[in-house]
Design a protein. Sequence first.
Length: 257
Amino acid sequence: MPIPPEVTGDEIDKDVRQELMSLPKGLAEDVARNLVMVAQLIDEDPEKAYGYSRVALRLASRVAAVREAAGFAAYANQKYAEALAEFRAARRMTGSVELWPVMADCERGLGRPERALAMAGEPEVQKLDKASQVEMRLVAAGARRDMGQLDAAIVTLQSPELASNSNQPWTARLRYAYADALLEAGREAEAREWFAKALEADKDGSTDASDRLAELDGVEFVDVAAEDGGVGAEPVDADGESDEDDDADENDDERRD
């Protein structure tokens, strides 16, 4: 697959580069460049990222970082059986447990939430760092919801990390998952409160908490460009009027006065 000339392979993490040193120099460079393409494309074009991961896998299947990258590319394309196989291979090579939460989520993707839940109770979870433990909690709550155990999912998410006022990388997603579960349980007022807290913590827009809040408040967004050739969208209140409509009404009242 074509790789832009400006991609040299030097962009990869130093730990991955260290792993690739076991390969001949030219091969290591080729693998590194393909891994860079996977990292650059996995969010915006996961299908193409998957293609580059397969090239890297053909070149260096005995490198754990390559197996891990192939796993994440497959995961991004919802190829859960393939992703799980790659993650297991990477874990055998390294002995690390850091992939445990995403492996459990693959089990969910394969329609086996009970296996994901069983993994949440394994000793490996205690070896995870805090971020991965929170991720495991999210997966376990999702598995509970898959099994129709909504109240148990809500309880699973109630944790010191959820109650904390500190803003960590996982805070927005944890609060969002809690709000979403509350909403499904019909606890709308509490859900709105937690969607607002998720939005407050979501500095990089990783959730759609703002949209969920708007839905709960009865706010719709009208595409102005589609209606009159303008650009952007404007909020519409529950009466179906935009802020500009309200301003126009006020001006008409003033003229009549």
